[in-house]
Design a protein around this ligand. Structure first.
Ligand SMILES: [Zn+2]
Ligand SMILES: [Zn+2]
Length: 285
């Protein structure tokens, strides 16, 4: 059945403007007035959603693209456009080719993501995905992606939670890239201890062998460039393990896209630019 907004778009738009006039929308982070706020393009016309973010909050949440490491999505002190990697990752052998994130998993982005996952916020994963697309479109397009794959949950965890935010983000990015989003290629076969409770090295062993490519789907990834999507990346162990499996099964290359990455790269806590040590805790890994 068609929604009200898609059946009567003009009337819906007019009603929305009247509501905005009577009750002005505010920035979701700081509650500033609408003249500072900015509408995101709707990610799905049948389900109009807006992320109102003022320019000041956007700058806090979104890291400048040229100050983000191309390999691990970590912060750079100086502008860098090559793929050599930063001080935290250049000695690492990643199975993915690049990583992109909106910014650090710290306040206010961390609060927004937690609210999104607990569904206590009016902002959905799809809306954050639209923000990620707008901010990192050039790099996502340049990757030449053939297929988008979200980091899968264990079926039991999926049953308990009812939703996989990685999948919600992946669907928006795939639609914007004009490629398919496949949720049935990689499976989480093994139940793992929550990564958030483990240190860097234990995360790697914990996740080893947890994912497999479904044998009859192997031909769908052969020679393909894949965008692997998650909500938060901590040490990168999960994304690295899935990338390893995908490459082993014939994928040509794997790129990673996440909403946020923590500063605990490669199991080594590093200093934030604010001078504080990073939170060890991630909501997903
Ligand atoms: Zn704001
Ligand atoms: Zn790096």
């Amino acid at each position: 059945m068609k929604s009200f907004s898609s059946s009567f778009p003009r009337l819906f738009s007019l009603t929305e403007r009247v509501v905005d006039l009577l009750c002005p929308p505010l920035c979701i982070v700081c509650g500033s007035f609408p003249e500072w706020a900015e509408d995101l393009p709707e990610c799905d016309p049948s389900a109009p959603e807006r992320l109102l973010l003022c320019e000041r909050c956007r700058r806090t949440i979104v890291e400048e693209d040229h100050l983000q490491c191309r390999r691990c999505a970590g912060p750079l002190a100086y502008s860098c456009s090559d793929s050599i990697g930063c001080g935290n990752c250049k000695k690492e052998k990643f199975c993915f080719d690049s990583a992109v994130a909106l910014g650090e998993y710290q306040i206010p982005l961390s609060h927004q993501i937690l609210s999104m996952k607990r569904e206590t916020s009016g902002v959905s994963a799809e809306t954050f995905a639209a923000l990620l697309w707008r901010e990192r479109k050039t790099r996502l397009v340049a990757a030449g992606v053939d297929l988008v794959i979200p980091v899968p949950m264990h079926p039991l965890r999926y049953l308990l939670r009812g939703v996989n935010s990685a999948e919600q983000i992946a669907r928006v990015l795939a639609a914007r890239l004009g490629v398919a989003c496949k949720t049935n290629i990689v499976r989480r076969f093994r139940w793992t201890v929550r990564q958030a409770t483990l240190s860097g090295n234990l995360r790697r062993t914990n996740i080893l062998g947890a994912f497999k490519v479904v044998p009859r789907r192997r031909n769908e990834i052969e020679g393909k460039t894949i965008l692997l999507v998650d909500d938060v990346m901590t040490t990168g162990s999960t994304c690295n393990e899935i990338s390893r499996v995908l490459r082993q099964e014939g994928a040509a290359s794997v790129h990673v896209a996440v909403l946020a990455r923590t500063m605990v790269h490669l199991g080594i806590p590093v200093l934030r630019r604010t001078g504080r040590t990073a939170e060890q805790k991630s909501p997903t890994e």
